[in-house]
Design a protein around this ligand. Structure first.
Ligand SMILES: [Mg+2]
Length: 378
C-alpha cells in the first residue's frame, strides 16, 4: 500500500465562548485548523488534524503548519503509510523540529494504516483498555465566582476533572486573585473530583510561591505548567511539595527524558500535535509508563479528527498513568465531520469517553465544511 495523494484543508474554528483568556493577557477567539487527507493506491484514506492554540501557546501557528506540510508532503508520496517510524525519519530529514506540522501527516497515516488492518487505531497502538476515559473541563481565566460557576456547569454534565486557568498579572490581582480562583473552583468539590491549576507557563517563581502560601491548607491540586522555562520550573520544584505537571515544556521524546533526568515534574500534558503525532506520542507514552509519570492526553485544540486521535491514544494507556483526556470539541463551535470512532456519555455510573471498535479513527469529515483543498500533492 502506497500513499498516492495528500490533500490539505484549512478551516477557522471559532471558540465556543466569547473570548478564551490565558495567562500573560493572551486571548483567543478563533483557531486556524489544518486537516490532512492521505489517500492510498488501495483506495483507502486517512485523516489527520493540527490546530495550534493561536500563535503564542507554543512555537507553532496555522500558516506554519501548512508551510511545513508543503516541504514534507512530496517526500511521503509513494511511501507505505504503515511504516510509521521510517516515514517520520523522512519527515525529520525534510524539516527539523516543527512537531505540529508532522503530527497532521503522521495521524493521517495511523488512520489509513488501521483501516488497512481493519482495526481501530487504539488496537494498532497496542490494544484497548476497558477504561472509561475521564474528560477534563477547561476553565478560562475569569473572576473567581465566574470560574466556580463554569466548574458547576461541567460538573452537571458529569465531568470530574477540571483545568483551572490561572496567571493574573499584578495589575489584575496577581497571586491573591489566582489563589482565590483556585479556592473558588475547589470549594464545591465532590468525591472523586480532581483539579489542575494551569498557569500555561505564566508565573514567576515568586508569583507561584506567594500564590501557594495564600491557598487554604491541605488543598488538593496539581500545579500545571507554572513557569515558562526549565530553570524556573526546577527551582520552584525544589522549593514546594505540591505535585507539578509540565505541558508546554514537554514537546518531544527528548523533553520527556529531560523531565525524568531533572525530576522536574510528576506528569505531563501529552498533546498529540504539540508532541509530534501518534508515532511520537506512542513512544512518550511508553517512556512515561515505564518511569511512572502521569499523562493528560489532549491536543492543543481541534475538531473531530483531533479528538478521535486523543481518545484512541488514551484508550491504549494503563489507567494508573492516565490523568484525563480533553474533548477538544468543547472549545470550538464548528463540527468538521461525523465521529463514529468515539462514544462520549455515561457508561453505567461513569461519564466519559471510549474508543469504538470501527476501523481507523472513525471520522468522516464533512466536505461542505472543509471546502476545496488549499494544497494538493500526488
Ligand atoms: Mg496545560
Amino acid at each position: 500500500m502506497k500513499i498516492s495523494n495528500i490533500d490539505v484543508y484549512q478551516v477557522d474554528l471559532p471558540y465556543a465562548g466569547d473570548v478564551y483568556h490565558l495567562s500573560g493577557g493572551r486571548s483567543f477567539k478563533t483557531f486556524d485548523a489544518t486537516l490532512v487527507c492521505v489517500r492510498c493506491d488501495s483506495g483507502l484514506e486517512g485523516w489527520g488534524e493540527s490546530t495550534p492554540f493561536g500563535s503564542t501557546y507554543v512555537a507553532a501557528h496555522g500558516e506554519g503548519v501548512r508551510a511545513g506540510i508543503q516541504l514534507i508532503a512530496p517526500h511521503l508520496i509513494g511511501q507505505d503509510p504503515r511504516c510509521f517510524d521510517r516515514n517520520y525519519d523522512l519527515m525529520d530529514a525534510c524539516l527539523a523540529g516543527h512537531p505540529h506540522v508532522k503530527a497532521a501527516l503522521d495521524v493521517a497515516c495511523w488512520d489509513v494504516a488501521a483501516k488497512s488492518f481493519g482495526v481501530p487505531v487504539c488496537d494498532l497502538l497496542g490494544g484497548r483498555t476497558d477504561t472509561v476515559l475521564s474528560l477534563i473541563s477547561s476553565i478560562s481565566c475569569d473572576s473567581p465566582e465566574a470560574m466556580r460557576d463554569r466548574v458547576k456547569e461541567f460538573r452537571a454534565k458529569g465531568y470530574i476533572g477540571h483545568s483551572i486557568k490561572i496567571g493574573a498579572s499584578e495589575n489584575e490581582g496577581g497571586p491573591l486573585l489566582d489563589a482565590q480562583r483556585i479556592a473558588a473552583c475547589v470549594a464545591d468539590r465532590q468525591p472523586g473530583e480532581y483539579f489542575l491549576a494551569d498557569a500555561n507557563g505564566g508565573l514567576s517563581v515568586e508569583h507561584a510561591l506567594r500564590m501557594l502560601r495564600l491557598l487554604p491548607n491541605d488543598i488538593d491540586i496539581v500545579l500545571e505548567a507554572p513557569c515558562a522555562t526549565w530553570h524556573e520550573t526546577a527551582r520552584l520544584r525544589s522549593l514546594v511539595n505540591v505535585p507539578i505537571h509540565i505541558d508546554e515544556l514537554a514537546v518531544s521524546d527528548h523533553s520527556v527524558a529531560h523531565l525524568l533526568v531533572d525530576n522536574i515534574a510528576d506528569g505531563f500534558g501529552l498533546k498529540i500535535s504539540k508532541n509530534g503525532g501518534l508515532s511520537q506520542a506512542r513512544r512518550q507514552r511508553d517512556i512515561a509508563q515505564a518511569a511512572g509519570l502521569v499523562m493528560s492526553v489532549q491536543d492543543t485544540v481541534g475538531s473531530e479528527v483531533a479528538f478521535a486521535a486523543v481518545v484512541h491514544l488514551a484508550q491504549s494507556i494503563h489507567p494508573k498513568w492516565l490523568r484525563c483526556v480533553l474533548d477538544t470539541r468543547e472549545l470550538v463551535d464548528l463540527c468538521t465531520g461525523e465521529l463514529s470512532g468515539v462514544k462520549v456519555g455515561r457508561f453505567d455510573t461513569l461519564f466519559g469517553a471510549q474508543a469504538v471498535s470501527v476501523p481507523g479513527l472513525g471520522v468522516s469529515p464533512n466536505m461542505d465544511v472543509l471546502g476545496q483543498p488549499v494544497l494538493s500533492f500526488s
